[in-house]
Ligand binder design. Structure first.
Ligand code: CMP
Length: 137
């Protein structure tokens, strides 16, 4: 099925100047950019985005990190986009992510793992609404 999914290049990816590299990997797979923007993430948006992790020991460091610099937010569209993007990103822990995946190639620790992507179509709908409210106006 044709799906949309939310992808973020987190502040570490922006600082490493690999936004273009990351976009290229999705495009080469056959996925399309539906919407793209740079975002200075507010603490309010960060807490909503990571709401499911509230109470976990790493919650505050998640919020601090995602608000530490600009993020590239995008909506990516294509066949099975949710699973396809997650395959390209690789496992959450860059040390477990396969070489050839974004995290496997560019990351060294789980706290700064370069990219975020929605984990299911339902999550994608919620996250796209959060990051791109203008798309549903
Ligand atoms: P992501 O899947 O985008 O959203 C939750 C993030 O929490 C995850 O990426 C990791 O970057 C971060 N994180 C930090 N510590 C952990 C941990 N112990 N387990 C899972 N995620 C963690």
């Amino acid at each position: 099925a044709v799906e949309k999914t939310l992808v973020l290049v987190k502040p570490d990816g922006v600082r490493k100047h690999i936004c273009g590299e990351i976009i290229s990997r999705f495009e080469r797979k056959g996925l399309a950019l539906h919407a793209v923007k740079m975002v200075n993430v507010s603490v309010e948006l960060a807490k909503k985005h990571y709401g499911e992790h509230e109470g976990k020991p790493f919650f505050q460091s998640l919020i601090d990190f995602i608000t530490s610099g600009p993020v590239l937010a995008m909506v990516i569209e294509g066949n099975n986009a949710v699973a396809a993007v997650r395959q390209i990103n690789g496992a959450t822990d860059p040390l477990k992510a396969a070489p050839g995946s974004i995290r496997g190639d560019f990351g060294t620790c789980i706290d700064e793992n370069i990219v975020h992507a929605s984990d299911a179509p339902e999550t994608a709908a919620r996250e796209i609404g959060l990051w791109f409210p203008e798309l549903s106006d």
